[in-house]
Design a protein around this ligand. Sequence first.
Ligand SMILES: NC(=O)CC[C@H](N)C(=O)O
Length: 366
Amino acid sequence: MKYKELKKAILLLEDGTIFEGKSVGIDGTTIGEICYNTGMTGYQEIFTDPSYFGQIMVTTNAHIGNYGVNNDEVESDGIKIAGLVCRNFSYEYSRERSNGSLEDYLKEHGLISITDVDTRAVVSYIRKHGAMNALVSTDVDNVEGLMRKLAEAPSMVGLDLASVVSTKEPYYFGDENATYKVSALDLGIKKNILRNLAKRDCYIKVYPSTATFDEMAAFNPDGYFLSNGPGDPEPLESAQEIAKTIIEKGLTLFGICLGHQIIALSQGISTYKMHNGHRGINHPIKNLVTGKGEITSQNHGFNISREDVEANENVEITHVHLNDNTVAGIAIKDKKVFSVQYHPEAGPGPNDATYLFDQFIDNMKS
Ligand SMILES: NC(=O)CC[C@H](N)C(=O)O
C-alpha cells in the first residue's frame, strides 16, 4: 500500500465517546446520525443511496476503496451519506470496470471521512447504546466546541429529509412506448428501482415529493409507486394522503421502504424508531404467502408497528424479518396494493426479491 501522511481525525458520538482515526476525503466537520452497513461489497451504491442522506456510515467490511469506483454504479447523482467511518481505506484499487479511485471520488463530492478506526468497537458500542448523532472532524483539538455543535443537531425522529433529496421537477425514465405507465413519487428514489421497472417494460414519470394525487393521476398510469427515502416517514403527510387516495380508489400501488412506511401510516398503522435499524445485504426474510425464504438488501432505521398491523383488519402481514420478527412486508386485503420494508432492487445486494417487481407488473396487467 502507498504510504500516506494522513491528518488526524476523530469520530465523536453524541454521548461524548471519542474514536480516533485518520482523515480521508476532505478536511472539516460533518454531523449525522451514525449507522453501520454490514455489506461486504457495494460501497459506491451505498454511499450514493439517497435513503442515507443525513447519516454517517460505518462500513463493517474491513477494506473500503479496494475496487475503485465506476460511474455506472451509482444510485443517484452523487454521494448522499453525511460522512464515512472505515477500518482500512484503500488508496490503491484494482478492477477492470473501475474508472477512478474512491479517494478522488470522496474529494470530488466533498465527503469528510475517517479511516483507521476500530470499527468493531464502534459497532458494538452503537449496537448497545442505539441510534444517536455523531460527528466526524479534522478539528481534533476543539472537542468542546465540537460537542456543542453536536448537541445542536436535530434528532432523526420527526425529520423530513425526503423533500430535501427529492427531484424538484418531474422527469421521465424508460421508453415512452413501453407497455405500462407508472407514476412514481420520488422521496429519494434509487436508480435501480427505475432500472428494474424500465426493464419490465414500464415508462415512469417521477414526481417531486410535493406532487399531489391529481398531478400523479394526470399521467394516466397503470400503477403508482412510492419510493424509498431518508428520514422519518411520519411528517410526510402529503405522501400519506396520496397513498390513502390511491388505496380508496382501488388503484394499483407498490411501495419500497419509506414508501412501505407511508402506506402503513396512511392506514392508521404507526411507525417507530428502531434501536439500530437493519442495514446490510444478507438480511433473511420469510415470505408468509409462499413460505419461501429470501436474502435481502436492507437499509432502514424506522419500522411499522406489528401490533397496529395485527389490529388492522384491512392489512395483512406478507413478510417477516427472520432475525427479529419485525414486519417486513404488507398487503392491503382485496386490493392491488403491497409494500416491503427492504430493497428488492438490491443495488447493492442479492436479487432474491426481484419477483416483487413482477408482482407489481401482474397487478397492473390484471
Ligand atoms: N431506505 C429507506 O427508504 C429508509 C426509510 C426510512 N428513512 C428509514 O430509515 O426507515
